[in-house]
Design a protein around this ligand. Structure first.
Ligand SMILES: [Fe+2]
Ligand SMILES: [Fe+2]
Length: 459
């Protein structure tokens, strides 16, 4: 398989070079080889990379790294944690590989001074000998599934797999099985796993089932609230997994739009804030899903309060909420509201901080890829972590550059963050408006916040 033919496949790349300039050049060279942008995991030393590989749930296809020392100890440790990856060692001397070359690990050597010249040829050699291509085919057959929504599926609609340390996939729950949350948690705990896999081909079928379920829910009069809410939750979880493994496929887009319509129908035309702000922590299932659905409703309730009651506005806000955190791999990353605080906390790796920083734009890309979706949705999603005082991310825009609908969405997210501090008590809205008035006191935020606080309409 040549690199051009395989370009629709995903290959995860990890790079380790001490110097930033060389790291950048190698990254560009890898992209040039695969003929498309590649989000590589990048490190400056092997120990950090080993640390990452030990913790990462990701299987890399290609690892290009610098190793200037003659020590084999760290090298062996590094080759052990990379799973099925193909390696390219860049160093002064190939003798460091003596005794290692014969092992099962595919590894090539490049003299450090000719890395840029030799890289593409060397990658190609790994490809034509099937050392990377095999890995890629196997990777693409399965998609990662978060365990949270499996119990709400009822009888499983497809076989669920787990990945073994050697990279193979084994079925753990069969199609038709009824799995309880406790059973899943126990399994994950004993096997030290965090997630499962579905076969890629089963995912399209399951998205089809989500679509039917949502359409059925929408056609019922009066609406069955419990069944509809469950269908929306399941859809969000599944769309999230599909988007992150297969991209925003047309089927996934359709399910997203239908979920949004169902959410709006469920919410009714007069969404009330006080009934929406239920405690996220008490909710079973997935934090990110609950957070996204609640944010949509909260944003619409705020919109309603100031007289923005059109269906189009509700649709834009609810869709933006559905999409806004989809690219985040872990729920704890979605609970970050300040990049600075996250960075200072030391609880996040450089890669995770980067994922947080980039998720708004990645989610906006998803919005952009949808057909017939108003451009404000993309803008709301891209700006959902900006702040009126310019301290947000990724662009650090201040209130002058943030349009009204984005501003309202930002306030809704702030309100949700605030409401989380109330734990099991009812959220005191008056105290929220008092506490945050001074913060939202510039540009369009000031006008909206004032109207929200005093229940005035902005028309
Ligand atoms: Fe969020
Ligand atoms: Fe976010």
């Amino acid at each position: 398989m040549s690199s051009a033919e395989s370009s629709e496949q995903i290959i995860d790349v990890l790079l380790v070079f001490t110097e930033m300039a060389l790291l950048d050049s190698v990254h560009r060279e890898v992209e040039a080889h695969f003929k498309r942008p590649i989000e590589a995991a990048r490190f400056h030393n092997l120990l950090d990379a080993v640390d990452h590989l030990e913790k990462a749930k990701k299987q890399y296809g290609l690892i290009v790294f610098e190793h200037k020392s003659t020590s084999q100890t760290i090298l062996r440790a590094f080759l052990e944690v990379g799973g099925n990856a193909a390696y390219i060692l860049c160093g002064p001397d190939a003798t460091v590989l003596h005794g290692i070359e014969g092992s099962d690990t595919p590894i090539e050597f490049i003299q450090i001074d000719s890395v840029l010249k030799e890289l593409s040829k060397t990658i190609n050699r790994l490809e034509v000998t099937g050392k990377m291509a095999m890995m890629r085919r196997e990777e693409s057959e399965y998609i990662l599934v978060r365990p949270d929504y499996l119990p709400s599926m009822g009888p499983l609609e497809a076989t669920v797999y787990a990945q073994l340390i050697d990279g193979h996939y084994v079925p753990v729950f069969n199609k038709g099985d009824l799995v309880e949350r406790q059973e899943i948690e126990k399994f994950l705990e004993t096997k030290k796993l965090t997630h499962f896999y579905f076969r890629r081909e089963d995912c399209s079928k399951m998205l089809g089932s989500r679509q039917d379920e949502l359409e059925r829910a929408l056609s019922k009069e009066p609406i069955d609230e419990k069944a509809t809410a469950k269908a929306i939750e399941l859809s969000h979880g599944m769309v999230r997994d599909v988007v992150n493994s297969m991209g925003f496929t047309p089927e996934a887009q359709k399910v997203a739009v239908t979920s949004v319509s169902a959410t709006i129908k469920l919410m009714g035309s007069k969404p009330k804030l006080s009934t929406i702000l239920v405690d996220l922590k008490n909710k079973e299932g997935n934090y990110l899903t609950a957070h996204s659905l609640m944010l949509g409703k909260a944003a619409c309730a705020l919109a309603f309060k100031i007289g923005w009651t059109s269906n189009t506005t509700y649709f834009k806000l609810t869709l933006a909420a559905f999409l806004h955190d989809l690219p985040l791999n872990e729920d704890r990353l979605a609970a970050v509201f300040s990049l600075d605080k996250a960075s200072e906390s030391g609880n996040f790796t450089p890669d995770e901080l980067k994922d947080i920083r980039l998720h708004s734009n990645r989610a906006a890309d998803h919005a952009r890829s949808m057909s017939e979706v108003p451009s404000d949705v993309e803008q709301i999603v891209a700006q959902h972590h900006e702040r009126p005082d310019g301290t947000g991310f990724p662009r650090g825009l201040n209130s002058k550059f943030i349009p009204p609908l984005s501003a309202l969405f930002i306030i809704a997210q702030d309100l949700i963050e605030y409401s989380q501090t109330f734990k099991n008590k009812e959220v005191d809205l008056t105290s929220y408006f008092d506490a945050r008035e001074a913060y939202f006191n510039s540009g369009v935020f000031k006008k909206i916040f004032h109207a929200l606080k005093h229940d005035q309409k902005i028309l």
